[in-house]
Design a protein around this ligand. Structure first.
Ligand code: SUG
Length: 444
């Protein structure tokens, strides 16, 4: 049976803006207050997806969530019509509204953790939406994410769904951004590497920025997904990397199949980690590409997002390919490193540099924008919704964005009921295009 890894990219939402909401995320803080262009953002995302399709990859999309999040407004005691609630909230706390208007659901690497069926004891693919408890604006995502994932991958013979972990920041879980799956091929049994920032019940005095993911949360995910014995490894992210702005591990590391591409400072003891991985999965012929600080200082890795790239196996190609943000080309150390890497006759043979600047300014590179799902032919056929891109769907999405999206959103717009109405109209039409049914609160 044929297997492939499908990338599901988050569609940039109509309220995309730069509110500086993510403490510890260098780009989010630096770009607070910039004028955002949601229409350009959505088109940049679709262009990236088209680029991957052009290489022969299968590519899906995930919808933005409804913002403002009316359920949260109601839960916080606001009453009346949607517009009345928004206006009252804006008067009471513009900061609250900024959080409830965020388009952060575009970064679908944080949507959830997925354990493909070859790795689990019951032979099903397991999904847990991430609770994203560390950041208020993201903690409101998991319920809708769960609904979307269930619509795409119906519970039953092939797919099993779990609710997001309870327990707030103690059980902080940021999804696939802190999870790597190694394997020989997508349909073979893999080994999972969970990367956490701190322990739930200890005070991490070595962290200046939040360690969003806890060890206990990672263990709970592995447990509830029923991973096969000995096939889950847990490692702490180097506190130095978190303190330098690597708020998720995928800012300093990326993997595909047997290859692990990471910064020297991503983990405290990479040699032990390599040994552990080899011992856990002796059948996998691991290739570790460790990037030394002497060539790429950690600050350049964080600023350029060298590691927040997609490392992909293009059908028919001998070597893997990196999909990088253009910022890597614009940073001297990372540009030179990629040139050396391609010339080194290692596992990576090609690199493409793409413009996803609307997302990058909020700390979201190519890898943040996608959720990977390994699927067999049979599983692919069992999918619901209409979310795997073909030329027709891409054209419809481009038209849809052109029709509904603004090319300018600033902080003052976020309390404007007109932006809310436009956004809801866009999402209402999108659920029809993606054949999703009614998944949003405003559709009730
Ligand atoms: O959670 N930025 C996101 C970026 C997520 C990137 N994802 C991965 N690394 N996988 C975050 O910090 C900024 C929103 C703002 O400031 O308006 C934001 O939420």
């Amino acid at each position: 049976m044929n297997w492939r890894e499908v990338n599901f990219d988050g569609i940039v939402g109509p309220t995309h803006n730069y509110a500086g909401l993510s403490y510890g995320n260098v780009a989010s803080a630096k770009n607070q207050g910039l004028i955002a262009n949601p229409r350009e953002g959505v088109l940049q995302g679709l262009q990236k997806a088209q680029h991957l399709r052009g290489l022969g990859m299968m590519q899906g999309v995930l919808p933005p969530h409804d913002r403002p999040h009316l359920a949260t407004l109601r839960a916080l005691g606001f009453t009346g019509s949607d517009a009345e609630m928004l206006s009252a909230a804006w008067t009471s706390s513009p900061a609250l509204v900024r959080n409830l208007m965020s388009s952060a659901t575009m970064w679908t690497a944080n949507a959830g953790t997925i354990s493909p069926s070859p790795d689990t004891t019951d032979g099903k693919t397991h999904f847990t939406p991430a609770n994203l408890a560390a950041m208020y604006h993201r903690s409101i995502e998991h319920e809708t994410t769960g609904k979307v994932l269930q619509a795409y991958f119906p519970e039953g013979k092939h797919f099993a769904h779990h609710p997001a972990l309870p327990g707030g920041t103690h059980m902080g879980d940021e999804g696939a951004a802190n999870h790597n799956r190694f394997c020989t091929d997508y349909g073979h049994e893999g080994v999972a590497l969970y990367v956490y920032g701190r322990s739930a019940f200890e005070n991490a005095t070595d962290l200046t920025f939040p360690g969003r993911q806890t060890l206990e949360a990672s263990e709970a995910i592995a447990r509830q997904h029923g991973l096969k014995d000995g096939r889950a490894i847990f490692v702490r992210q180097n506190p130095a990397a978190i303190n330098a702005g690597a708020f998720h591990n995928d800012v300093v590391a990326v993997s595909n199949k047997n290859v692990f591409f990471y910064h020297e400072n991503a983990f405290e003891d990479p040699i032990s980690l390599q040994r552990e991985l080899r011992e856990a999965a002796p059948e996998i012929d691991f290739e570790f590409v460790e990037v030394p600080s002497a060539k790429v200082p950690l600050c350049d890795a964080v600023a350029s997002y060298l590691f927040n790239s997609q490392l992909i196996s293009v059908p028919g190609a001998d070597k893997m390919r990196l999909i990088l943000p253009v910022e890597v080309q614009e940073t001297a150390s990372t540009r030179a490193y990629v040139e050396d890497l391609l010339a080194s006759n290692g596992p990576v043979g090609d690199a493409d540099f793409l413009d996803v600047r609307q997302s990058m300014r909020n700390g979201g590179g190519p890898a943040c924008l996608r959720l990977r799902v390994a699927l067999s032919d049979e599983q692919l056929a069992a999918m619901g919704a209409n979310a795997v891109l073909d030329d027709t769907l891409v054209a419809r999405l481009q038209d849809w964005a052109g029709k509904h999206y603004r090319d300018r959103v600033v902080a003052e717009d976020l309390g404007d009921p007109k932006l809310m109405e436009e956004s809801f109209a866009a999402l209402d039409e999108l659920t029809g295009i993606l054949n999703l049914g009614s998944i949003y609160d405003f559709q009730k």
